[in-house]
Design a binder for this molecule. Structure first.
Ligand code: IPD
Length: 278
C-alpha cells in the first residue's frame, strides 16, 4: 500500500471525515444523474441561477446532517441556516459551478466543510466533482488528498516563486457593476502573470491551487459556502488563504497561493484597489 493510500485511510477513520465523504458522494451521485431538463430560477441577478437539483442536493445533505449530527449548525447556499449547539457548523454548497452544471460542462462540484465556530477554521473539507471523477479531502493537521478512482495522491501547492510565470485562477460575480470592476482589476493582473483561468467554480479553483495545477487564485465576492472546504484543502497542502488587507478571506476578497507567491498577488490587487468599488 502506498504512503498516500495509508495516510488517506487513516484520515477516513475520523468519523467526521467519513461522514462528510459519504454525504458528498451521495449528493454527487444524485447530481450526476442529471435530468435532461432542469427547473431553473434566478437569485440575485438574471444570470445567478439555481436549479431544482441544487435544492434537492442541499436537502439531501441537510437531512443527513440533522439526523447524524443534530447539535451542529448549518449554513447552505440554498438557504440552510441553523445555529450551532456544539460549536461546530457545516458549510455547504450543493453545487458550486451551477452555470457549468446547467451547460453540462464538467467543472462543478459539491462542497462540504465542517468549521469550528470560535476560530472560523475548517476541521474537515470535502469537494467532489463527479464529472471529473475526482474527490478532494482534507482534515485539519492531516493533509489534503485527491482521490480519482482507486488512485490517492497527497496534495502539495506549486513551488512557483515568480508571479510572471504563474497560472492564476479567478472568477466573476453575477452583478454587472461588480463584473465591470473585476474586469478593470484583471487588466492590472493579466500583464503580470503567465495566464489567467476562469473555470467557474471557486471550490475547484482552490482545490487546483492545492494540487499545484493553478499557482494562485483570487476573487472578490465569494461566499463562505464557496470557499470553506477549498480553503482548508489549500492550507493542508501547504498554501495560504487570506483576504486583501486582513488575514482571513471574506466576501471582500479571497486570495490563495503558496507563501512566496501570495504577497506578489496581494501587491497587484492592492494597487488595483480590488476590494473597493462594486
Ligand atoms: C460561483 C462559482 C464561480 C464564482 C462565483 C460563485 P455558484 O458559485 O464559485 O466560480 O466565480 O463567484 O458565485 O453560484 O456556482 O455556487
Amino acid at each position: 500500500m502506498s504512503q498516500s493510500v495509508a495516510a488517506y485511510e487513516k484520515l477516513l477513520a475520523d468519523p467526521d471525515v467519513a461522514f462528510a465523504v459519504d454525504l458528498a458522494t451521495r449528493a454527487g451521485a444524485l447530481l450526476a444523474d442529471r435530468p435532461e431538463s432542469l427547473t431553473v430560477e434566478t437569485k440575485t441577478t438574471d444570470t445567478d441561477v439555481v436549479t431544482h437539483m441544487d435544492q434537492l442536493a442541499e436537502s439531501l445533505i441537510v437531512s443527513a446532517i440533522e439526523l447524524g449530527r443534530p447539535k451542529d449548525g448549518l449554513l447552505g447556499e440554498e438557504g440552510a441556516d441553523k445555529p450551532s449547539e456544539s460549536g461546530r457548523r457545516w458549510v455547504i454548497d450543493p453545487i458550486d459551478g451551477t452555470v457549468n452544471y446547467l451547460y453540462q460542462l464538467p467543472h462543478w462540484c459539491v462542497s462540504i466543510a465542517l468549521v469550528e465556530e470560535e476560530t472560523d477554521q475548517g476541521l474537515v473539507g470535502v469537494v467532489t466533482a463527479p464529472s471529473l471523477n475526482t474527490m478532494f479531502v482534507a482534515a485539519r493537521n492531516s493533509g489534503s488528498y485527491r482521490v480519482t478512482g482507486s488512485t490517492v495522491q497527497q496534495l502539495k501547492v506549486s513551488s512557483q516563486r515568480d508571479l510572471s510565470q504563474s497560472l492564476v485562477g479567478t472568477g466573476f460575480g453575477y452583478a454587472s457593476a461588480r463584473r465591470a470592476h473585476q474586469a478593470q482589476v484583471l487588466t492590472g493582473m493579466l500583464p503580470n502573470v503567465r495566464d489567467i483561468r476562469r473555470l467557474g467554480s471557486c471550490a475547484l479553483d482552490l482545490c487546483l491551487v492545492a494540487s499545484g495545477e493553478l499557482d494562485a487564485y483570487y476573487e472578490r465576492g465569494v461566499k463562505p459556502w464557496d470557499h470553506a472546504a477549498g480553503s482548508l484543502i489549500v492550507q493542508e497542502a501547504g498554501g495560504q488563504v487570506s483576504g486583501l488587507n486582513e488575514t482571513k478571506p471574506s466576501e471582500s476578497m479571497i486570495v490563495a497561493a503558496n507563501p512566496i507567491l501570495l504577497p506578489q498577488v496581494l501587491e497587484i490587487l492592492v494597487a488595483q484597489k480590488a476590494d473597493q468599488g462594486a
